[in-house]
Structures are given as structure tokens and as C-alpha cells.
Design a protein around this ligand. Structure first.
Ligand code: HDE
Length: 703
């Protein structure tokens, strides 16, 4: 066989898109390759050695064997083999973005934190949202709490508020965290189920841990299935301290309030979104930021003193309890804006290392036993994941203010000190940094005494009162969702005794809820209620702040309309809808029988964003169907089109129709249309429809 020419040269398809440039060079011509370098840098190894061929390994002749001396090949494969770092043991699935925080109301009377001394002070921020239970590749719409972790690069160091979208937690003492997490994650023998709590292990654990009942009310409510990261609140959860310049301390709880309003999806939608677009939440955040619709949250603080803490019905150090906003109002002091996506997911989102112990002068911890355990845990996690003590050398974790210390060396040290002084005290002229008793971080000098014992404070034993308050604060629609969620989850539990043990907690929360769930599970009679360790505090005032539906948006801004269209429709109606959505800052996507799009009655081509089976109505906040008689005939033959209509209706969405579209709904089994379905024919009716959509759902349809 001739050795002169290689027998095989792989070709690279050159498909053009906006991101691509034409690459006329033909790679892979073995020894003959003459690599054209057109608008590209010359490829090198990581040692900087120029590469001549990136298609073929070094061989003896075209049919091998391969040679060990191919250092380029060896390095490339070696590096690839080491691309992964351990995923987070919890919150593995997450998505980050950059932005800034700005103080809008200075509070020097409460804290000496430099950032909060003056209105207008602004610092860079990095935020990572996440689910808790699922692995890194799991779907976004799992029923779960969401992580809401914020890193503020302040002038006095990094301040991390590592919170969730739910203001309370499942457990009271960090000692129980590994048990909680083991119970919710895949069972160790079978390695399923993934990213869900609807299984025996989780509910077994919960049924035996009544302290979790309050948080369970939250995760089973619509808070567990947010519409996107942009539409959820964030909470610091624990009680922290503010300390002012005079050393006076107050207690504080942190809240992030989305300017976009709160919004969640229905469970049936969540299940379908997970199939249609498992990246729904990350795609949403990416899309919003890329289109310039920057999501924004207000930072609110609930500040209270010892006197309030002493008279409050619950222990402020107990992370399974919240403080109702009606009791201690939330004062808005700043804004967080996310205005930039990351350059590289791994570099930033994967490597960002949040630590609850990252606080700055003016902020301090309390003795919340969950927080104290966390302060210990996060550093450990970072060392394990990032491989050594120098993770603050990674740009996303590095402070943006000057820093100086005598720590040195270790894996991957990037900035080592210069000069000979690497200890202190020393007498050298350039002797390095010194601690500053005046401005350095000082812990609040709280006086503490007590017996050294493994115990919990007595008030922690109230497990049901706030669960009841939460349930009672929901609208009827939300209460229905919560009951349905419990029924769904417990129906996935195979062991009857576990189902019964969970339901036996519910009468202590609300008898109607207990009965609904018991009936929904087909129990012949309601299991006998567990005896609470402490009497349930009845008559706690309901709190509107706890409901999502009472805190929705006041416009369709940031929401998405999906328009299913067919050939021959009136282009003016489509344009009217586009204009109306645009006018309020919403988004629109065209869904069509083929991705090639359609032609309107006046012959204009309208490209599609989605082929109908790739753009189900669950991906949209509201929908429109514009279809001719012929078009409806075609859609009727497409199962996905009928599902588009049937689901939109079943999910209580607002629906706009033009032409013969009603016939599609008929064919999909929706025989009676209601006030949530409107005809659009011009600018005016389109604008009215979009105005209606600001309530997001036509809940009357759900009875
Ligand atoms: Fe976490 N948690 N956690 N956690 N947590 C982690 O740290 C831990 C808890 C939260 O986007 C880990 O860097 C313990 C409560 C968020 O990177 C780990 C306890 C709340 C994130 C860890 C808790 C949270 C984490 C895993 C019980 C809400 C994601 C990866 C005492 C207030 C941060 C990592 C990100 C991540 C430990 C309880 C929120 C293992 C021991 C309560 C948002 O260190």
C-alpha cells in the first residue's frame, strides 16, 4: 500500500450561522497540511508549541500503530480526561449570572457594613440559582427548593448570602443535614429516583421528623415549582446580626424580592416542561439577560431586637420558623441587577465557591445551630471540589478589594507573596500586612454561658403552628395545588405505613387539608393524628406575603406569548399581537406546523421559532392560535397541535383566537370556551388581550 498519501481525511461541515465564519481550509491532510490561519489564532499545545494537525494522531503509516511520542495527542486526551470536578453534593444543578448590587437606602444606624453606609454604593455581584436534590444534569422543573446564592464583592471583602427561595428549612440542627440529603437523593442501592422527593426514603424520613412539616408545606406549594429563577423570592433563612459602628447589635433576616413579581407553574406543566425543555430555567435566565431584560431583586431586611425576640412565639434561632412580614415589616435597602451572562460556565458557575462564613464587618452570625454547622461545612466542600486551599485565586472567588495575608503555596497557587517576609511579627522594612484592631472584623461580644450538652431549645419543639399559618395564608387555588402535590408525592410512596405516618401529621396543620389528602390517597379513614410535642399555636394571623398569587406581576413584562399559526392567516392580527407584547416588554414565539414557518394571506413569509411538537404550550405564559379553516384541518391531524390547545386550556392560560382557531380547541376536546379565551382581530383587541394576560392565569376555569 502506498504510504505517500493518507487514505482518509475527515471533513468538517461548514454550516453558516451568525456565530460562524467561513473556514475554507481543509484540515486533516496529514503531512501535507498547510493550515490556513484565517481570522484565527494559531493553535498550540498548552505549553505553547504550535500544532500542525489536530485531526490525526501520530502513526507509523496510515494504518498505525500510534506512537507514544505524540505529545500533542497525549496532552489533549490527558486534559480531557480531567475535565470534571466533583459536582456539588447538594445544589449540583445550577445556573449563574453576574450583576451588581446597589444600596438604595443607607442604614449606618444599624450596621457598619461599608456597602450600606451610603445610598448609591455599588459593588459587583455573582448569583447562582440551583435545585437542591438533582444531579448536575437533572431537569430544571423538579419539585424542590431552589438555591439563591449571592456573592457581593464588597470593598471590605466578599459577602455571601447563601440562601434559598423558601424562608425556612427542613431541619433545625446541622447534625441532621446528611440524613436529610441522603433521604431525598437517589436510594443508594438502585440509584433512583433522580431529582425528586416523591419516593419512600424521603417521606419516611419526613414522617419521622415533624420539624420538617413547615418546610414541606412550602415545597409542596407552588414555591416548589417556580416559573423561572426570575420570578422567585430569595431568603437568607437564618437570623443574622447587624452591628453598627458603636457596637450595637440588632437581629436581621434578609429577603430578595423580585421586581418581576412571583410566578410558578402547575405540576402538570412542570412534568411536561421537564420533557420539552429540561433547561427551561437556565434558558429563561440566559434569554432574559441576553435580550437586555435584566432581572432585578430588591434587598429587604427585617430588623428586630432582643425584646421582640423574647416575646415572639417562636425561637428566632430556629431555621424552621419565619417572622411574618406583618410582625416585622421588610425594609428595602438595595437592589440586585443581573446584567451579564458568564463567559464560561465552568470557570464561573461551576467553580464559584459560596461560603456562609463569608461575612463583612457590620454583619455577624447568630447561634442558629443550622447556620453554625453550615459555617463549618462550606469550606470543606470547596476544598474537596476545587482541589486545594487556593480556590480564592480563581477569579470568580477572588475578592475585588485589596487583600493581603501570609498564606502561601499549596495547589495551583496563582499569586504568591514577593519579598522575604512570610510571617508576622517581623522586623523587615517591607514586612507585609498587619491586623487592624480599629477596622478589622470583630465578632459581636455576645455573653454566653450554659451547660455543654447535646440538646435543643424548648421552643424548637413547636412543629406545626407556622405550617398551619402558611397553609391558611394561601388562596383556595394554592391550597388545592398543595393538597394535590401531597397526594401526588405520597401516591409514589410504595409503603402504606409511610403514607399513613405522613398524613397523620396533617390534622395538626389543617383538618380540611388532612381530609383532602386522605381522600386523595383512597384511605378509608383519616389516620389518627400524631400528638404534638408542644401545643399548636392557633389563631396566628394569616400573612399575604406567604402567597404567590397575592404577589404576582402587574404586567406581562418578561413573560412569553406562544402563537400557533398556519398558512393563510391574517398577518395584521399577528403583527398586532407582536406589537402589544413588545409594548409591555414581553416576548413572543411563533409556533408552526413546520420550522420553515408559514405564509400569511398576503403572501408574506413568517419564519417559525418552534415546530409545534418542539414548542408545546407549557413553554408559554399565554398563547394565541391564529388559524384558517385549511390550517385547522392540518393542525387537527397533528397530535402535538391538539395538545397545545388542550393543555393551554387545562392550565388555565389566557388564550387569543383568530380565524377558525376555535375549531382546533373543539377537536382537542375543549367544547366550551370561557372568558379566558378572547378573539383578537386588531391592535385594540390585541392590547386588551395582553393586558388581561398580566394576571397570568384565568383561575376561574379551575373552579
Ligand atoms: Fe447548603 N450546602 N447546607 N444550605 N447550600 C451547599 O456547599 C450545607 C442549607 C445552599 O450555588 C454545599 O458549595 C449544610 C440551608 C445553597 O454553589 C454544602 C447545611 C440553605 C447552596 C452545603 C446546609 C442552604 C448550598 C454544597 C445544614 C438555605 C448552593 C456545595 C446545616 C439557607 C451554593 C457547596 C451554590 C450548598 C452544606 C443547609 C443553601 C455541602 C451542612 C439551610 C444555595 O457545603
Amino acid at each position: 500500500m502506498s504510504e505517500k498519501k493518507p487514505q482518509f481525511s475527515p471533513s468538517i461541515e461548514t454550516q453558516k450561522s451568525n456565530d460562524m465564519v467561513e473556514r475554507p481550509e481543509t484540515p486533516g491532510q496529514g503531512g501535507e497540511t498547510h493550515q490556513h490561519v484565517i481570522d484565527h489564532q494559531r493553535m498550540t499545545t498548552s505549553q505553547g508549541i504550535p500544532v500542525s494537525d489536530n485531526q490525526n494522531s501520530l502513526k507509523v503509516g496510515p494504518r498505525g500503530p500510534a506512537l507514544l511520542e505524540d505529545f500533542h495527542f497525549r496532552e489533549k486526551i490527558f486534559h480531557f480526561d480531567h475535565e470534571r470536578i466533583p459536582e456539588r453534593v447538594v445544589h449540583a444543578r445550577g445556573y449563574g449570572a453576574r450583576g451588581y448590587f446597589e444600596t438604595t437606602d443607607a442604614i449606618p444606624e444599624l450596621t457598619s457594613a461599608h456597602l450600606l453606609q451610603e445610598k448609591g454604593r455599588k459593588v459587583p455581584a455573582f448569583v447562582r440559582f440551583s435545585t437542591v436534590a438533582g444531579n448536575k444534569g437533572s431537569m430544571d422543573l423538579a419539585r424542590d427548593a431552589r438555591g439563591f446564592a449571592v456573592k457581593l464583592y464588597t470593598e471590605e471583602g466578599n459577602w455571601d448570602i447563601v440562601g434559598n427561595n423558601i424562608p425556612v428549612f427542613f431541619i433545625q440542627d446541622a447534625m441532621k443535614f446528611p440524613d436529610l440529603v441522603h433521604s431525598v437523593k437517589e436510594a443508594p442501592d438502585r440509584a433512583f429516583p433522580q431529582a425528586q422527593s416523591a419516593h419512600d426514603n424521603f417521606w419516611d424520613f419526613i414522617s419521622l421528623m415533624p420539624e420538617a412539616m413547615h418546610m414541606v408545606m412550602w415545597t409542596m406549594s407552588d414555591r416548589g415549582i417556580p416559573r423561572s429563577f426570575r420570578f422567585m423570592e430569595g431568603f437568607g433563612v437564618h437570623t443574622f446580626r447587624f452591628v453598627n459602628a458603636d457596637g450595637k447589635s440588632s437581629f436581621v433576616k434578609f429577603h430578595w424580592k423580585p421586581k418581576q413579581g412571583l410566578q410558578s407553574v402547575l405540576w402538570d406543566e412542570a412534568v411536561k416542561i421537564n420533557g420539552a425543555d429540561p433547561d427551561f430555567h437556565r434558558r429563561d435566565l440566559w434569554g432574559a439577560i441576553q435580550s437586555g431584560d435584566y432581572p432585578e431583586w430588591e434587598l429587604g431586611v427585617q430588623v428586630f431586637d432582643d425584646e421582640f425576640a423574647d416575646k415572639f412565639d417562636f425561637d428566632v434561632l430556629d431555621a424552621t420558623k419565619l417572622i411574618p412580614e406583618e410582625d416585622v415589616p421588610v425594609r428595602i435597602i438595595g437592589r440586585l441587577v443581573l446584567d451579564s451572562v458568564v463567559d464560561n460556565f465552568f470557570a464561573e458557575t461551576e467553580q464559584v465557591a459560596f461560603c456562609t462564613q463569608n461575612i463583612v464587618p457590620g454583619i455577624d452570625f447568630t447561634n442558629d445551630p443550622l447556620l453554625q454547622g453550615r459555617n463549618f461545612s462550606y469550606l470543606d466542600t470547596q476544598i474537596k471540589r476545587l482541589g486545594g486551599p487556593n480556590f480564592t485565586h480563581i477569579p470568580v472567588n477572588a475578592p475585588r478589594c485589596p487583600f493581603a495575608h501570609f498564606q502561601q503555596d499549596g495547589h495551583m497557587a496563582m499569586h504568591n507573596p514577593t519579598g522575604r517576609a512570610n510571617y508576622e511579627p517581623n522586623s523587615w522594612k517591607d514586612g507585609g500586612p498587619r491586623a487592624d484592631a480599629e477596622t478589622g472584623f470583630k465578632s459581636y461580644p455576645e455573653e454566653i454561658s450554659g451547660e455543654k450538652r447535646k440538646v435543643r431549645a424548648e421552643l424548637f419543639a413547636d412543629h406545626y403552628s407556622q405550617a398551619r399559618q402558611f397553609y391558611k395564608s394561601q388562596t383556595k387555588v394554592e391550597q388545592g395545588h398543595l393538597a394535590d402535590a401531597l397526594i401526588f408525592e405520597l401516591s409514589k410512596v410504595e409503603t402504606l405505613a409511610i403514607r399513613e405516618r405522613v398524613v397523620a401529621h396533617l390534622p395538626n396543620i389543617d383538618p380540611d387539608l388532612a381530609q383532602m389528602v386522605s381522600d386523595g390517597l383512597g384511605f378509608e379513614k383519616l389516620p389518627k393524628a400524631h400528638t404534638p410535642r408542644r401545643d399548636v399555636v392557633d389563631g396566628l394571623a394569616t400573612s399575604d406575603a406567604l402567597s404567590i398569587l397575592k404577589n404576582g406581576p402587574d404586567s406581562f413584562k418578561g413573560r412569553k406569548l406562544g402563537v400557533l399559526v398556519t398558512d393563510g392567516i391574517d398577518g395584521k392580527v399577528l403583527k398586532a399581537l407582536k406589537d402589544a407584547v413588545k409594548a409591555v416588554g414581553g416576548m413572543i414565539e411563533i409556533v408552526a406546523p413546520t420550522i420553515g414557518g408559514i405564509k400569511t394571506s398576503d403572501g408574506k413569509k413568517v419564519p417559525a421559532d418552534q415546530k409545534v411538537d418542539g414548542g408545546p404550550s407549557v413553554l408559554y405564559d399565554a398563547v394565541a392560535v391564529l388559524a384558517t379553516k385549511e390550517g385547522v384541518k392540518k393542525l387537527k391531524g397533528m397530535h402535538a397541535a391538539k395538545c397545545f390547545a388542550a393543555d393551554a386550556f387545562a392550565h388555565a392560560k389566557f388564550i387569543a383566537l383568530d380565524g377558525e382557531a376555535a375549531a382546533l380547541f373543539n377537536a382537542a376536546g375543549v367544547t366550551e370556551l370561557d372568558d379566558g379565551v378572547v378573539q383578537v382581530s386588531d391592535q385594540d383587541s390585541a392590547a386588551k388581550f395582553i393586558d388581561k394576560c398580566k394576571s397570568l392565569r384565568f383561575w376561574d376555569r379551575m373552579g
